[in-house]
Design a protein around this ligand. Structure first.
Ligand SMILES: [Zn+2]
Ligand SMILES: [Zn+2]
Length: 148
């Protein structure tokens, strides 16, 4: 039985080791090659260690790339995508406090109406403070005295 996670960890560890070796080796080659290159600039002759620069730079690049790959987390946790209105977010319609609900058909009627506009039933207005029925055109509750 092969453990996939172990396998991947081994691969990543290998990548890190090779990446470090390549990076350091490439860096050393680049430095040696650069020093050799610049020190022989005035002499007019091609530096002996110029090839180090030529292989050092790609080695460094590959090593850094491998290191980046080795240290990169493959198990990226799923980001909780915020709901940008894509999901159904039906806004709850807040019933207008002044609107009158018809006791017969249950539909809303504008405040001040005595009869339901939908079924013609007599509308009952209830005091928002004490919950008792009040006249549809009342300004104050006849039961608790609070303003409606
Ligand atoms: Zn009604
Ligand atoms: Zn009241």
């Amino acid at each position: 039985m092969q453990d996939k996670k172990n396998n991947r960890d081994l691969t990543k560890t290998g990548l890190k080791i090779i990446g470090v070796v390549l990076s350091l080796g490439g860096l050393a080659c680049t430095i040696v090659g650069s020093v050799s290159f610049f020190s022989s600039l005035g002499s007019g002759t091609l530096p002996k260690l110029f090839w180090l620069l030529m292989i050092g730079l790609p080695m460094l690049t590959i090593g850094v790339a491998m290191l980046t790959f080795g240290f990169r987390r493959t198990d990226v946790p799923k980001q909780a995508t915020p709901n940008n209105g894509t999901a159904e977010s039906v806004p709850v319609m807040k019933t207008d406090e002044k609107a009158l609900l018809c006791p017969v058909c249950g539909r809303e009627n504008a405040a001040g109406l005595a009869f339901c506009e939908h079924c013609g039933a007599k509308l009952e207005r209830r005091c928002p403070h004490c919950g008792k029925p009040v006249n549809t055109d009342a300004g104050f509750c006849g039961h608790c005295g609070k303003q409606l």
